[in-house]
Design a protein around this ligand. Structure first.
Ligand SMILES: [Zn+2]
Length: 355
């Protein structure tokens, strides 16, 4: 049986093909992208659906055809069939309109949109005295705290904050953390009080937020996400860059740690969310290498030496550095010392290279 697929329609419409091997990718949205260089419309080749996290237009194969050609959806079907030739069958899921796969989450919107929304959100919040005190005790100055943009999660008022942001023209769909309640009112997901940490890309734009949760001993840091919520959006394991792009950076775990090391040492620090999430790291390192990055000092917690699960992740990380042909060395810090000044420069940078 030869089913009509999203890929066929993409081809018929002359839209860009998915980048090698990817099932989900972005093209310019005919509804909201005035600038054709912008790409907000997400096409999912595998699921045969599309959705724009910016303006909300969505549908299946025939809707996409109808959106681009202006032909009514009912006629789109016949036209596609005749263009593709005989023997083609409509995929079962697309035969009945109501039986289309339900998309409950939005695909993530682009970083510029997320940065604008998160920046506006943080501007509405403040930093509680206990959180400020906590950060000062870690060695940050008032000025640095201000610059980092750390804020305390609000206890109440998520619905009114979301409404204000929308009224000010900021997009909430496709921005992790925001979702619709059952009554369709937009709100913001929040689990526990804590410090909101902006997680920034190489250009300083806020890609996502983390929360350092108060009074928990396990999983202290969590991503702000609205996965599995109505019109919500899941967070990714983003990297975070503290400092300007240089030929040498320190690589550590967690954005807050990266910010503190950067502010104490002046070094440029890149954070991975964890050694077992390396997808974004590769992309970031490639970006940084284009701007002159040549060597990396890794600085991870001592539990690497005892935890096999973490150790495997760490070995994968070193393999990635090798693959990218970056010079690297390792900072280890003695577990008897807590302070960030107590790193021990364990290996010289060339040890791995010569080994
Ligand atoms: Zn759109």
């Amino acid at each position: 049986m030869n089913l009509i697929q999203m890929a066929d329609v993409v081809d018929l419409l002359g839209l860009p093909a998915p980048p090698n091997g990817r099932s989900s990718y972005y093209v310019s949205c005919p509804c909201c992208d005035e600038d054709p260089r912008k790409r907000h419309l997400n096409i999912n080749i595998r699921k045969n659906v599309f959705r724009c996290p910016r303006c909300g237009v969505s549908g299946g194969i025939f809707d996409l055809y109808s959106l681009y050609t202006g032909i009514p959806r009912d006629e789109a079907r016949d036209e596609i069939m005749s263009k593709l030739g005989t023997g083609r069958v409509v995929p079962k899921a697309n035969r009945i309109r109501s039986a289309w796969p339900a998309v409950t989450e939005y695909p993530m919107t682009d970083v510029d949109t997320r940065d604008a929304t998160y920046t506006a959100l943080l501007a509405k919040l403040s930093l509680a005295p206990d959180h400020r005190e906590n950060l000062l005790q870690r060695g940050l100055t008032e000025e640095e705290i201000e610059q980092l943009g750390y804020k305390t999660t609000p206890v109440l008022g998520y619905v009114s904050i979301a409404a204000q942001l929308q009224a000010e023209g900021f997009y909430l769909s496709g921005v992790p953390g925001f979702y619709r309640r059952e009554d369709d009112v937009w709100t913001f997901n929040h689990e526990k009080r804590g410090i909101l940490i902006p997680v920034r890309d190489v250009d300083g734009k806020i890609q996502g937020l983390q929360i350092r949760r108060d009074n928990v001993s396990k999983r202290k840091f969590r991503w702000v996400s609205s996965a599995e919520k109505k019109d919500g959006c899941r967070a990714e394991g983003w990297t975070h860059l503290a400092g300007t792009v240089r030929d040498e950076i320190i690589l550590t775990e967690g954005p807050m740690k990266a910010d503190i090391i950067h502010d104490l040492s002046g070094d440029t620090v890149l954070a991975v969310p964890g050694v077992n999430t390396l997808t974004q790291l590769k992309l970031t390192l490639e970006r940084l290498m284009e701007s002159g990055l040549r060597q990396v000092k890794t600085a991870f917690d001592m539990d690497l030496l005892t935890n096999i699960h973490v150790q495997n992740g760490y070995n994968n990380l070193l393999a990635l550095l090798d693959e990218l042909d970056l010079r690297y060395g390792t900072y280890l810090w003695d577990p008897r010392y807590k302070g960030l000044d107590d790193y021990i420069w364990e290996y010289c940078l060339d040890k791995h290279r010569s080994a």
